[in-house]
Each structure stands twice: as C-alpha cells, then as structure tokens.
Design a protein around this ligand. Sequence first.
Ligand SMILES: Cc1ncc(COP(=O)(O)O)c(C=O)c1O
Length: 381
Amino acid sequence: MDCKKSDFQLNHSFTYLNCAYMSPLMKRVEEAGHAGVERKRNPFNISPEEFFGETETLRGEFAKLINASDPKRVVTIPSVSYGMANVAKNLPLSQGDNIIVVGEQFPSNVYPWMKAADNNNAEIITITPPDTKKDRGKTWNQLILEAINANTKLVAVANVHWADGTLFDLKKIRERTHEVGARLAIDGTQSVGALPFDVEEIKPDALICAGYKWLMGPYSIGMAYYGPALDGGEPVEENWINRYESEDFSNLVNYNDQYQPGALRYEVGEHSNFILVPMLLEAVRQLNEWGPANIQQYCKDLTSTGIENLKFAGYWVEDEAYRGSHLFGIRLGDHHDLEGIKETLNRENILVSFRGDSIRVSPNVYNTQEEFDKLIRVLCA
Ligand SMILES: Cc1ncc(COP(=O)(O)O)c(C=O)c1O
C-alpha cells in the first residue's frame, strides 16, 4: 500500500512516530464526529432504532477485522480496564491458583488480576524478560510457556509488549493454556488494527482493545471480544439496553431477566454513543479496506533498512521474528547518551516515546520514508 498521509491532517512540522501513544484521526473520522455532535441539535431526529443500529454495524466491522464469525461476541467498551473487569468478575479462582502476566505489562491488564488474586488468595506470576539481548524475545516466550502449570487459571498478555513491541506467540500460549484448562485474555490495544489478529485461529477467551491507538478511533471507546467461556456470566454493570427485547421502548419497565444474546450483556451502558460510535466505525471500516496485513507490511517496508543502520550504529533492536514492525523498542549502546538523544529529537520535532529502557518507535501509514529516515539520521549522527 502507499502512504496515506493525505487522509489525515497531521501537523507537517512534526515527525509523528508515536501511534502507540495515540493515533491521529483520519479526516473521515473527524467528519463522522462532527456529524455526531450536530445530530443532537434536533434530538427528534434520533430514532429509537438508532440506539441499536450503529453499534451493531460497528460490531460487525470489528468482527471482520479480527475474523470473528459471530459479531454478537463483540461489544463496545469505554476502556481496557472495563473490558478486563468483565473477565475478572467471571474468573473461577481459588487458593493456590495462579494468574500469569509478563513483566512491566500495561496496568489495566494487571490491576484487575491483582485484585482478583488478592480476593481469592491466588497468586500472580510475573514472567520478566531474560537478562540478555541474545534471543531475548524467543527466550521470554519460552519462559512464559514453561510457567503455565496445572494451577494456572488465566494467562493475561498482549500480542505485542506495549513498551518495546516484543511479540508474544499467542498460538503456542493458547495451546499450552488449553492443555491445563486455563483461560487466555489478550490486550490487543497495541496491535489490533496494524497487525493481523484471527479470533478463529487463536480462540482467546477475551480480546480487549482500546480504540484510540491502532484502531484509529477517538478516546473513551474500545472493542472487546468474549469467547464461549464467558457465556452466561455476570457483567460488571446492569444496563437496560443489554436486556432482552430492550428495543421495545414502551416495555422497558416490564423488567426482563434475560440478556441480549452472545456476549452483549458485557457491553457498556449507553453504548449507542452518537458521537464516538460513528467515529470508530469509520476508522475500523477504513482499516478493513486497507487490511492489517498491508499496514504491517507498510511499516516493515518503511523501517527495515533503517533498523539495520541502527544496529550498525550500536543500537539494539529485537529480531524481526519477535517484534512488531509497527511498534518496536530501540535500546542504546554503552556509548549513547540518552539525555542528548532526547534533546535532539525534541529540537528536530521528532515525536517518539521513552518507555522503560527503550526508545519506543511506532509508525503508521501516515508516515513517509523521509520521516522515518530523519529519525535514523538523528540517532546515527
Ligand atoms: C497495552 C495497553 N493497554 C491498555 C491501554 C489503555 O488502557 P485503558 O483503556 O484502561 O486506559 C494502553 C494505553 O497506553 C496500553 O498501551
């Protein structure tokens, strides 16, 4: 695919290589948001059907993006912590059980498990990366697989580590969790949209994604997929719209004990957000048109040569097989000066993040080759 810069209104004076922080909005997404705001000028134009229709279309688009055959397993959520709270609330856990997470995992995918473990005298096992740069990603994955045992009730990981893009082998982790009867909850925030994800292949129990990064949507709306293990569970809240036949506005106070089908009981209250839903819908539609595999390839083509040059200049970057091309960490050699690098990047208006001990670089389809090469030039100067 070619560069999509013209679909965005990014300020051209900056080199924005920080989608892992927040994506810019496409023009078509901004337009959907403006239309959403204007819609409420005349509330009589918002029909009862519209409380349901747009979210349903969004669920369908997201289901397509992750290859989920049943869109009713997909719901909108306001945040990753919310999506994970539904998983935590329905996790059978007792004394002696364990939950596996990886080192320096994003807190919204750690705090729910700390609380659940605490409440049930269970244990959190944190798999930290090996203290080596040789085969770091490969060994880290091996350590995760080795840690999963008969007492493991949940493995909660991401597809790529948010700080340095290390890829976790979800297929192997799933195989191992199946062997011991453990659940698998995946935080897809830093990958889904830019890296292919296939629900039918991985079969996670939950896939939770914030919408404002690689899904290119607005803030405060994300998407979740819940698998059959959570069928019949208890949601974290009891909203009227998630109840069976809530479409019948005249009958809402004939309280209904049943929920909407599939995983819809887990959807956030007021899911018919007339501004955020159409925005995220436009974004996911566009991602489906582009295709995550093409986006990943675009990022790979953009970055491969530059990364080789970085390695030549003494930086360390994970082997290609164990990192994303859309998100990766650059670790400094002994002779590099982090403070000096920060100052120069600042002066040159190059925007990246500093996470842990790495420079986190996260390009996307709006970045040009010149922009990425500028980063490499500055780092190798
Ligand atoms: C991996 C990951 N998960 C989740 C989030 C956001 O979590 P929440 O939606 O709970 O604020 C981020 C934000 O940086 C993230 O990097």
